[in-house]
Design a protein around this ligand. Structure first.
Ligand code: C5P
Length: 412
């Protein structure tokens, strides 16, 4: 995603997609735009056909400083920014006023105009500020729709109670612009807390490497890639831009990461260096330490005599190369140490030898079933401390590690 908001400043300078529905309260949305802009947020406005009966695209556009989107089937708009992208290139979607009609459409997944299509296509949180006549608000259909939308995760602000434009009294008045602004910023703050690595980039190596001996044989390590892939997923969920460099594995790459597939250690190193600069590097791959010195062009034949000698050459150490990178060393480099005994002393030695910041030491004695299994028992070894974690599913180890990384970046 472009224009990512950085950790800590999501409350300021967020991207708001504002859908203005058709109601007398639409005039208050102009004031809302003014307040949002004053707070440094960027606002892109969508005006429904009914909304355009209350405010003009010109007044809305003058305040947002951007074009106002109105048509689902606009060739020029689709050429500039398709409706799917429009619904996602925002940090938050705000519907103000949210009419009974817009709520009904969104609750039922209708998509017959631009506003309802955007609400169905968005992957962002939605905040609605309802505004309608009190009888419409109290109608069983609206109450059903409200319950459905809340269950779908839509947030609401208002409506307030009071004298209505139609002369009746009761709930249905749209919340005041300042109140909507506060609700928007509260949601953005929650979002920022849930994405503590937003604005940071990470590279993760995962899986084994395959080192060819000839066209059909190779040297490899036992590695499913489950732990590395889970770490990539957890970092992406925490908001980091993740490049996952994976050797051959049977599992899918998690959503939201850039996948680079490699075969050999040397390809993995080249891909890791291409992924720099990065703030975070996590080397979870089980890289083959050696490769065949010569990769035979043809299948090596059994001759009936002694087996063909296999000369080995040492592979580059990707973790050490990243840790000692002369000018693009990631701020935090994390390695793994798979050990069958003396977990912490061996991990400490590795920390010093490789030059990384943290080592996740895992006990891979066969009894533990870590290789290929779903659980992992690890000790996080840093320069000054050792944290023994309980046996956890690999995705929870990943979640914890992402949390520790976020805490480290928050601290520094
Ligand atoms: O030396 P050892 O293989 O035990 O070190 C394990 C750590 O080093 C892991 O983080 C692994 O991803 C990394 N490593 C690497 N390149 C190598 C060998 C190991 O990045 N050639």
């Amino acid at each position: 995603m472009t224009g990512e908001t950085k950790t800590g400043d999501a409350r300021m300078g967020a991207r708001i997609l504002l859908i203005v529905g058709g109601g007398i309260a639409a005039y208050k949305s102009l004031e809302l735009v003014r307040l949002l802009k004053k707070r440094g947020h960027r606002v892109r406005a969508v005006l429904t056909a009914a909304g355009a009966a209350f405010v003009t695209p010109l007044s809305l556009g003058s305040l947002t400083g951007d074009k106002v989107y109105q048509d689902l089937f606009s060739l020029t708009d689709e050429a500039e920014m398709g409706h799917i992208e429009l619904s996602r290139a925002a940090d938050l979607v705000v519907v103000a006023p949210a009419t009974a009609d817009l709520m009904a459409k969104a609750a039922n997944g209708l998509a017959n105009d631009l506003a309802s299509t955007l609400l169905l296509a968005t992957d962002k949180r939605v905040l609605m500020a309802p505004a309608m006549n009190v009888r419409m608000w109290r109608h069983a259909a609206t109450e059903r729709n409200l319950a459905t939308l809340k269950a779908d995760g839509v947030a609401f602000v208002g409506p307030g109670e009071g004298e209505m434009a139609c002369g009746e009294y009761g709930p249905g008045r749209m919340a005041e612009p300042a109140e909507i602004l506060a609700a928007i910023e509260a949601l953005l703050e929650v979002g920022a807390a849930a994405r503590p690595l937003a604005g940071l980039s990470a590279l993760v190596t995962s899986g084994p490497t395959h080192e060819p001996i000839d066209p059909v044989r190779y040297i490899a390590n036992r590695s499913s890639g489950k732990q590395g892939h889970a770490i990539a997923a957890a970092l992406a969920r925490a908001g980091a831009r993740v490049t996952l460099i994976s050797g051959p594995v049977a599992i899918e790459a998690p959503p939201g990461v850039t996948l680079v597939k490699v075969e050999t250690a040397r390809e993995m190193l080249a891909a890791a260096e291409r992924a720099l600069p990065a703030d975070i590097a996590v080397c979870a791959a089980a890289v083959a330490d050696w490769r065949a010195e010569r990769d035979a062009a043809q299948k090596i034949k059994k001759t009936g005599d002694a087996p063909a000698p296999l000369a080995l050459a040492e592979n580059p150490d990707i973790l050490a190369a990243l840790s000692h990178h002369p000018f693009r060393r990631p701020k935090l480099v994390v390695g793994f140490a798979a050990e069958t005994e003396q977990l912490v002393p061996h991990a400490r030695l590795k920390l010093a030898k490789k030059g990384c910041d943290w080592i996740v030491a895992n006990d891979v004695s066969p009894a533990g079933g870590v290789m290929g299994g779903d659980d992992n028992t690890v000790v996080l070894v840093t320069a000054t401390a050792e944290e023994a974690w309980p046996t956890l599913p690999k995705d929870q180890v990943a979640e914890r590690l992402a949390g520790r990384i976020a805490a480290e970046f928050a601290r520094t």
